[in-house]
Design a protein around this ligand. Structure first.
Ligand code: DON
Length: 306
């Protein structure tokens, strides 16, 4: 496995068109697009990395996997009263379906859906308390208490968050929100601004590759049935209107973030985190996707076969 990740990193270094970093969040535009990292974490505890796997990046929408998991723990099936579980076929920040579908977002991974999930997990608590709970969860999954929120990124998102603010108030107009809209947005912007490296992120994803069990503690984070369902949502919706293409090329459940990270899950085999800040036209990591495509070709670990 170490040879495989080394080869992937070498291949990625040869690619000259590394995509374009996101600019709509000014703080993300400052990141050097030349960087690449990959970490593969096995349920047995072995970890294999290549590239800058200790460099922190903004996990952005990958955080939506963790907030969905928390929401399912708190609300159970009632989560699906708030969001659907169908791919949207639209960009991550789209508003068009919300009016036709009475303010219920298509899935928990588009921005509108993740904002609704943030409202669902707050349950009357303040953003600080909710964020403390989210951080405690992510730190325990990764077994790393150093993980924290990059406040500069959060402030940068707040300053340029007109679209998300619109989505949130539009949903609230259907009477679906239980908490003050600005507090829900504050929670959402901050959880998107969690900074992690691929080593930490791959560790945090292991429960999804291990039937819901945290391999460090042997306790169930979620039931095996729930892990299976979260993986299904990642496969169908994790890359927005690029989810079909990602399934076609990589063939694994995966969740991307506009910071250039992707968390992918090979059920029963590994949790894989990749990072390269340059994005494709849809907003998913260009090299990250290519690296994962190479990874499933080399390992034969696509869920669709070798
Ligand atoms: O709300 C936003 O636009 C960002 N915090 C997250 C978007 C994102 O990561 C899209 N993923 N590729």
């Amino acid at each position: 496995m170490q040879d495989i990740v080394n080869e992937i990193a070498e291949q990625m270094a040869l690619i000259t068109d590394k995509g374009k970093v996101a600019t709509y969040i000014p703080q993300l535009a400052r990141v050097d697009p030349e960087q690449f990292a990959i970490t593969v974490a096995l349920p047995t505890g072995e970890i294999y990395s290549a590239g800058c796997s200790q460099t922190l990046f903004s996990i952005q929408s990958i955080s939506k996997v963790f907030t969905l998991t928390l929401a399912l723990g708190k609300l159970g099936e009632a989560v699906w009263d708030r969001v659907g579980r169908e791919p949207s076929g639209d960009p991550f920040n789209s508003i068009v379906q919300l009016e036709h579908e009475n303010g219920r977002p298509r899935n928990p991974f588009i921005n509108a859906g993740a904002i609704a999930i943030a409202d669902a997990i707050m349950q009357g608590h303040k953003p600080k308390e909710t964020l403390a709970e989210i951080m405690q969860f992510v730190r325990s999954l990764a077994d790393d208490d150093s993980i924290s929120i990059d406040n500069k990124v959060a402030q940068s998102e707040i300053a340029t968050g007109d679209r998300n603010t619109s989505l949130a108030f539009f949903m609230a107009s259907f009477g679906h929100f239980e908490n003050p809209v600005n507090e829900v947005l504050g929670t959402y912007f901050h959880h998107c601004s969690i900074a992690m490296n691929t080593h930490q992120l791959a560790k945090a994803g292991r429960f999804l590759a291990n039937n819901g069990i945290n391999p460090d503690t042997h306790y169930a984070v979620v039931s095996s049935k729930r892990a299976k369902r979260i993986n299904a949502l990642m496969l169908m919706c994790g890359h927005y209107d690029g989810s079909g293409e990602f399934a076609y090329r990589v063939g694994l459940p995966g969740k991307s973030g506009v910071g250039g990270g992707i968390l992918a899950v090979a059920p029963g085999k590994a949790s894989i985190a990749v990072w390269s800040p340059g994005l494709d036209l849809i907003g998913n990591s260009k090299l990250g996707t290519q690296a994962l495509e190479l990874f499933t070709s080399k390992t034969g670990w696509s869920v669709f076969g070798v």
